[in-house]
Design a protein around this ligand. Structure first.
Ligand SMILES: CC(C)(COP(=O)(O)OP(=O)(O)OC[C@H]1O[C@@H](n2cnc3c(N)ncnc32)[C@H](O)[C@@H]1OP(=O)(O)O)[C@@H](O)C(=O)NCCC(=O)NCCS
Length: 188
């Protein structure tokens, strides 16, 4: 897979345009800064406390692109007045394999970017890219998992056309509470 892929998401009345592009080592400082947020610490599985953690995290995304099984995108917002670029979040397509009908999506947004529809807009772009890129190789559906008390994530799933499929039983320690499985099919 070409790790130079960049995907645009148009501006909205309340949020500037977004670009989705693969993570790079130049993102580490901004990544470490946004990962100090308590919601990210609570809801994401890999803590990024310092530069070494951030470097390892970015390198893991790069290995995913090289292996062709995990595609993580940094979300970059460009302020229209100043041209200033800011890290707004992450979306990822994971568990991809040739001939496999399903893969999984994930996301988070920086605290400063929340409540402006960044995650649903980025997820829509990722979803279209995933089906366009891997549909011919058998990808038919994308799965989205969240813990049942993550109401903001459930809203992102609903707003992005990922239909609720079923409750997933808790699986401690990774998933201490029940979760939701949402699914979007290629033709929906
Ligand atoms: C879940 C998350 C990705 C949503 O991203 P977002 O870009 O804020 O998405 P939206 O703007 O569409 O908001 C989604 C919901 O978040 C809530 N929300 C709105 N403003 C918010 C704010 N300032 N701060 C936190 N949550 C807010 C609302 O419930 C909103 O739903 P609504 O549109 O029906 O009001 C983001 O809150 C986040 O990164 N959370 C921590 C990591 C996480 O939970 N990742 C998902 C793991 S499954």
């Amino acid at each position: 897979m070409n790790a130079a892929v960049t995907l645009p998401a148009d501006a909205t009345p309340s949020a500037p345009a977004l670009v989705l592009r693969p993570w790079c080592v130049e993102d580490v400082a901004a990544l470490v800064e946004v990962c100090q947020d308590s919601a990210l610490r609570h809801w994401t599985s890999t803590p990024v406390e310092n530069h070494a953690d951030g470097t390892r995290w970015v390198q893991a995304q790069q290995r995913g692109w090289a292996a062709g099984d995990r595609f993580g995108f940094a979300l970059i917002e460009t302020q229209p007045d100043t041209g200033h670029e800011q890290l707004a979040g992450n979306v990822v397509l994971k568990e991809v394999a040739s001939g496999k009908p399903s893969a999984e999506v994930g996301y988070w947004t920086a605290a400063h970017a929340r409540g402006r529809g960044v995650a649903p807009r980025a997820l829509e772009v990722l979803t279209s890219w995933a089906f366009d890129t891997f549909g011919a190789d058998g990808l038919e559906r994308l799965e989205l998992l969240h813990q049942e008390d993550n109401l903001a994530s459930c809203r992102v799933a609903q707003k992005s056309g990922y239909e609720f499929a079923r409750v997933l039983p808790a699986a401690p320690p990774s998933f201490p509470l029940d979760g939701h499985l949402h699914i979007r099919h290629t033709d929906s």
